[in-house]
Design a protein around this ligand. Structure first.
Ligand code: HEC
Ligand code: HEC
Length: 198
């Protein structure tokens, strides 16, 4: 009994030890010899962050933000409106302040950050494949005119991205840290910013 338990712990150990709060650091990929394969593996690790509901909820391919771990429709119903920050009279900032605000009663919070708005349609991710997300992230026509260096800076420094690790009471944070996400992005760029197939 005890032996089985130890064996199970040993088998599980590498995967656990190699992550920081569920995100692997770039040096975990050093053993992959082919640079292109290493680049793809690094991007797939970036997806652990990118495809988390904290991020996806603001990156829909339609006109409504999503909520929660199940990414259900936003309640109350709101729309993208002009310039992604809501309809007149129902702006995102009508309810979302510059920081998270805990509900006065019970647990939970209204998320907040300045600015608070939907990602533009060209940056929508929900339902897209890894290859599609990767291609559009690199495409200045769709990523807001960003170079790869700008994209790194966005991932490493942007406050709205950073909110994912500090999402307020009642919300699960994105795995890892923003610092590691920035390092993964840089390592992916340094290895040629390759995209997964398909
Ligand atoms: C409150 C809504 C919101 C949340 C939450 C959010 N984003 Fe965004 N995101 C935006 C907006 C708005 C832009 C456009 C701003 C810009 O281009 O500078 C954007 C742009 C981006 C871009 C630029 C390139 C592109 O093609 O999409 C990346 C990368 C990105 N977000 C990553 C993330 C990650 C990773 C998370 C979670 C850790 C996240 N975002 C969470 C609203 C959000
Ligand atoms: C009438 C008030 C109101 C308006 C307007 C509003 N929201 Fe919200 N939003 C909320 C509340 C309240 C929550 C928290 C729900 C909960 O977690 O219980 C929320 C949650 C969210 C979440 C979920 C975060 C997560 O990961 O779970 C996102 C994303 C979001 N709103 C984006 C937006 C955007 C973008 C707009 C403007 C287009 C907007 N909201 C307009 C009240 C509003």
């Amino acid at each position: 009994m005890k032996k089985i338990l130890i064996a199970a712990l040993l088998c599980g150990a590498p995967a656990l030890a190699d992550t920081v709060d569920g995100l692997r650091t770039p040096d975990e990929f050093a053993g992959i010899e082919s640079e292109a394969d290493r680049s793809v593996a690094l991007f797939e690790e970036m997806l652990v962050v990118i495809e988390h509901p904290r991020c996806m909820n603001c990156h829909p391919v339609d006109n409504s933000p999503r909520q929660g771990m199940q990414m259900q429709m936003h309640q109350p119903p709101v729309v993208r409106g002009v310039a992604d920050f809501g309809a007149p009279g129902m702006r995102c900032t009508t309810c979302h302040g510059s920081e998270n605000v805990a509900f006065a009663t019970g647990s939970g919070s209204i998320p907040g950050h300045s600015p608070w708005q939907l990602a533009p349609l060209s940056m929508g991710w929900i339902g897209k494949s890894a290859a599609e997300i990767c291609a559009q992230l690199k495409d200045p026509e769709r990523n807001g005119g960003k170079t790869l260096a700008d994209l790194h800076e966005h991932n490493a420094e942007d406050g709205l991205v950073g909110w994912g690790w500090h999402p307020g009471d009642g919300r699960e944070p994105v795995p890892g840290t923003q610092e590691i996400f920035g390092q993964l992005t840089q390592a992916w760029i340094d290895t040629g910013a390759a995209c997964p197939a398909g």
